[in-house]
Write a protein that binds this ligand. Structure first.
Ligand SMILES: [Zn+2]
Ligand SMILES: [Zn+2]
Length: 318
């Protein structure tokens, strides 16, 4: 298609509208949308998806970003964590508390619920033993109740204010909306995790919220565990699905696709962690693969009973 930098016009507005309707777009989707917009403008000259180049898309996005910047929005790109590492674009808010952004249309009680779900993803289910960073719907629904307040009375003797509890039904609805709006993704096994778009928008907030500076008397393992949100050693983006170093004191994480690329580039037959040089086994995972199936793997009853009792004390090779 012709390449003059058109001033901001209705085609940009139409593109932005279709963007807002889907929350994220791949290059292919953006090409398809632009082709449809141009075709609608002049039906005697239909434009094919293949006619739209990546440069066309980025030029539209930069024109739109120019218009969006005064209202603190921006279309940014990121890659998915899945094997193909597809590039996607998403509209993000560039200011304000991102948790409120996730929850703009939600009540204070719902926002508090979302925060409890995020805490569970990044704290409860993200330990040195199991960096799951995801939560099953059942686990998430159990968080509908606010944790019990220790004080039933305030200092002046009046009853403590009601905690932000949601009904089970409202919690369920809230989770469904978060999936629908593209903040959460639901896996085939029923795990909820943050979508690429949410990771992009919440990146700074997540690190500030869940990463702590190490204590002086921390062991290396404890210090590593305080960095709950870790970056991929290869691409420097957050890893919530991928692989981790077999050394628990090591902070090195890699996406699956980045593992392949990284070791291919190194040409190393025996794979070693780029940070600590311990063997990279490709058997220590981040994400729902790190979740242990509810001890049904072992056949012998004694063994399975033992493994259930050991649930909290045994772990992977360390
Ligand atoms: Zn990576
Ligand atoms: Zn390592």
């Amino acid at each position: 298609m012709e390449h003059e930098e058109a001033p901001y016009n209705n085609t940009h507005r139409a593109f932005l509208q279709s963007f807002m309707a889907r929350s994220t777009m791949t290059l292919e989707e953006a090409q398809r949308v632009l082709a449809a917009i141009f075709t609608a403008r002049d039906e005697t000259r239909p434009v094919l998806t293949a006619d739209i180049t990546e440069a066309d898309v980025t030029s539209y996005i930069s024109a739109i970003n120019y218009e969006l910047s005064p209202i603190d929005f921006e279309i940014r790109s990121t890659r998915t964590q899945t094997a193909d590492r597809t590039w996607i674009w998403a509209i993000v808010n560039t200011t304000s508390d991102p948790l409120t952004q996730v929850a703009t249309t939600r009540s204070a009680d719902e926002i508090a619920f979302v925060k409890r779900v995020l805490d569970a993803m990044f704290e409860t289910y993200n330990t040195p033993r199991a960096e799951i960073m995801a939560i099953t719907s059942t686990q998430a629904l159990q968080l509908h109740k606010a944790p019990r307040n220790n004080e039933t009375q305030q200092a002046d003797g009046t009853p403590a204010p009601a905690r932000s509890t949601l009904s089970m039904t409202d919690a369920q609805k809230c989770l469904e909306n978060l999936v629908e709006e593209g903040w959460f993704e639901k896996s085939r096994k029923g795990y909820l995790s943050l979508s690429p778009r949410a990771l992009m928008e919440l990146r700074g907030w997540l690190m500030e919220m869940y990463n702590e500076a190490p204590d002086e008397d921390d062991t290396e393992v404890e210090a590593a565990a305080r960095m709950r949100v870790k970056m991929c050693e290869a691409c420097r983006e957050i890893v919530t699905v991928g692989q981790r170093c077999s050394n628990r004191a090591c902070k090195c994480r890699l996406h699956d696709a980045c593992v392949r690329q990284f070791f291919r580039a190194q040409g190393a037959a025996d794979k070693k962690c780029p940070t600590c040089k311990q063997e990279w086994t490709e058997e220590n995972f981040v994400g729902e693969r790190a979740a242990r199936p509810a001890s049904r793997a072992s056949g012998a009853s004694a063994a399975s009973r033992r493994s259930m009792m050991d649930e909290d004390s045994d772990g992977d090779s360390d």
